[in-house]
Design a protein around this ligand. Sequence first.
Ligand code: KIV
Length: 262
Amino acid sequence: MVTINKIKSMKQKEKIVCLTAYDYLFAKLLDESGIDIILVGDSAANVFAGEETTLPITMTEMLYHTRVVARAAQHSLVIADMPFLSYQVSMNQAVYNAGRFLKVGAKGVKVEGAEPLVPTIQRLVELGIPVMGHLGLTPQSVHKFGGYKLQGRDEKSAQKMIKDAKLLESSGCFAVVLEKIPSSLAKEITSELKIPTIGIGAGPYCDGQILVLHDILGLFEEFQPKFVKRYAQLAPEIRQAVLQYKDEVKKGIFPDQKHSYD
Ligand code: KIV
């Protein structure tokens, strides 16, 4: 079983491999494949529910996804994304909501942002709730950014991100996700921190990598960011299987004798 301490100890020794999952079946496949961290991402809003942003997903929905993923995990560390507005309004609410994720089987939570969250992160960690940070293109701030743009491009924002990463570390985060930032900046943050960095669109120098499972499987076809590599093309295969089933039912080929009871 992968633990928070194991993840911390992997820095500079072994790359940390992470993927998202939102349901039992996929989580079981990831777990059996030895993935280190399964993130129950709020990207479920886009990938699972077809929303344009991650903002609409609720605590109730994220708790359901987390519960079914955690049920499948015998090996992988399950981390749950705290949805928009579940941790920003008050510290008490953040503690209560984060605790609910642990009650359904997550081993820690992920929050987006840094400075305004420092007291909350410190409190969560103090209360025994491991926290993963998330900097760079934090999708819950898409409207502030004006789209899903590369972050940390100019010196000022790069310096701010380095400062934020150090803040997350000193607040007690066990790892930090760096999303869609230049490789050189991710390299610098990775070398400045003692906790692992997990990159998504942040180049090869991070301590680990994360991608959305449906992207690498070629299941989510609506768009393909540059940082996504497709390791399979499942959408056309599924379409083909469904078309063949439809054709066979229409023509009376299925069910045949072999798939019927005497
Ligand atoms: O919601 C998500 O899937 C994420 C990622 C880092 C992949 O936050």
